[in-house]
Design a protein around this ligand. Sequence first.
Ligand code: GLN
Length: 454
Amino acid sequence: DAYLAAIDAANEKLNAYVAVTADKARQMAGASDARIAKGEAGALEGIPLGIKDLFATEGVHTQAASHILDGFKPRYESTVTANLWADGAVMLGKLNMDEFAMGSSNETSYYGPVVNPWRAEGSNADLVPGGSSGGSAAAVAAWLCAGATATDTGGSIRQPAAFTGTVGIKPTYGRCSRWGTVAFASSLDQAGPIARDVRDAAILLKSMASVDPKDTTSVDRPVPDYEAAVGQSIKGLKIGIPREYRVDGMPQEIEALWQKGVDWMRDAGAEIVEISLPHTKYALPAYYIVAPAEASSNLARYDGVRYGLRMTGKDITDMYEKTRAAGFGDEVKRRIMIGTYVLSAGYYDAYYLRAQKVRTLIKRDFEQVFEKGVDAILTPATPSAAFGVADQDMAADPVKMYLNDIFTVTVNMAGLPGIAVPAGLDARGLPLGLQLIGRPFDEETLFRTGHVIE
Ligand code: GLN
């Protein structure tokens, strides 16, 4: 009831929830009470969570913040949310996001932008919460839920976490099932939690993760007790600092924050080593070929026949065209056009195939570093703190928006786990985050090292 009242009071301003499921929440909480009374409480019994609108929730609003999925209420539950409910968690509602998870500011949503609960000192201007999981990050930061589900294709968990002073982890590709999660770029998409602190993120990920016969890319490995890693010493761990992440024009305060992170690691007994990831600079351009290519294919299913919105047309082709023209927003259309172009005959070898090769090189860069005994890699999470809603520069040039992902996309391209942890404030009093990148399926080291920073 306290969370529902908080949502009531703040959501009009923040726009974090696109649907509040109050009746369902009370019903689930009642069932939790009964299980607690019987001594059968699950690991998340009664914990109220917000769910990103990308996860299919049975009988409940699921639109990926798109007009084209108008009125869509799936008859099935995503594996990730089913896992959470099986452990006793309670659903408060569905959270706003960039349309189909495409964006870095939560401004591409059909439901309008999410407002970051943080303000710069002495200013009343609205700031973005980051994206695409902007609703998840804002809701957690403003106490409109105890934790949230999110997804990360190129930074969408870690960048909003950094912009809102919350913790977000993108686990290894394959750790969480993608079944029932609206697909953006299937070879990159991963679910993960956004939480108030590292311990909460560890508890939530344990529940979300599973092998699932319905997603053949989910991996059959036991899910460790992540919480046990929180608070463990990092003495003797080798932390890599990648030279190539010192990008031109990096603001001084990001550089200083990174250095502070290095000092904290060293003070806690870790060994700091400089490393090289030589193909880093190709990650962003390669990502913006691979992700739109997969998106253009995944979004072909929204044809006005099977789901959501249907416009009337004089024949079926006309109906498709009118539905897709009305149903998709500008950024989604841009991705479909880029994706279709890079996959087309004559351009496939020059763009898509080449981007896939670059992806292999990026993956190898990381493998070589980990083979040399590096346990985790420390980088900034974002090149800046949160920026203003309707930022003119970003609106005029989509590439400026894409640059937000410069430190995060490499992790998705290589399929590795990455965590963003709040590490300090910028000169205007806005949160900044650091990122730790780990070996495949070694989320535990990220929880250990991340806890030292938070
Ligand atoms: N900002 C990136 C994009 O727009 C990443 C999005 C994501 O991780 N879902 O593609």
